[in-house]
Design a binder for this molecule. Structure first.
Ligand SMILES: [Zn+2]
Length: 211
């Protein structure tokens, strides 16, 4: 922290020519205080999680596959959420979609089903070299399962303000208290994913009114 403060002092020396030195000192001190608080919060794990926001070349291609899987959920009367698991050498090792209604199973979310399928295909429960693409921000159960599976990277399309546990309601993927952290990126093909969900709920409302 001393280094940060002296760096700020150096910057202050370079950038405040002609301005009020005491005011500049106050600004630099408050910046230094802000940085100190930031690093303290970071160390305590209380900061909101940081996503990489780095898009990799195939992200859209795999998210498109997840959207296709989500489409199948919709055809079966389930909320359209799709998920694929990608291995760096083998490529696609699992593809699943939400089956909560179809199977009358509260745990049959796309991510849980995809993790099971990938583990069976790879014959191991640790998926530390895999990337998960899912069309909606994972919930508490699924984010917990992703951490338990030691997934390397999670990419999702739309955020879920009511149930999302990666940034909306909690930051499970990057919680320092847990024994594994997943890298995560959001917003890949967000618009089509959001539109898919909206049109599903629009159609369902219409159906309910007609009945
Ligand atoms: Zn879930």
């Amino acid at each position: 922290m001393a280094e940060t403060t002296s760096l700020l002092r150096m910057r202050r020396g370079n950038s405040t020519e002609g301005s009020n030195p005491s005011r500049s000192a106050t600004i630099a001190e408050s910046l230094a205080r802000g940085l100190r608080n930031f690093f303290c919060l970071l160390a305590s794990g209380s900061l909101p999680s940081m996503s990489s926001h780095t898009l990799l070349p195939d992200d859209e291609r795999w998210m498109f596959k997840a959207l296709e899987a989500a489409q199948r959920a919709e055809l079966e009367g389930d909320v359209p959420v799709g998920c694929v698991v990608v291995h760096p050498e083998l490529g696609l090792v699992a593809s699943a979609y939400n089956k909560r209604e179809a199977e009358q199973d509260p745990t049959a979310h796309a991510e849980v089903l995809a993790l099971r399928q990938a583990s069976q295909n790879l014959r191991r429960w640790r998926l530390s070299d895999c990337t998960i693409y899912v069309t909606l921000e994972p919930c508490f159960m699924c984010a917990g399962a992703l951490v338990n599976a030691r997934v390397r990277r999670v990419v999702y399309a739309a955020t879920d303000a009511k149930a999302g546990a990666c940034e909306s309601l909690a930051n499970l993927l990057s919680d320092e208290r847990l024994n594994h952290r997943c890298e995560w990126t959001r917003g890949v093909l967000e618009e089509p994913a959001r539109e898919q969900l909206k049109s599903f709920f629009r159609a369902r409302r219409k159906k309910t009114i007609q009945e």
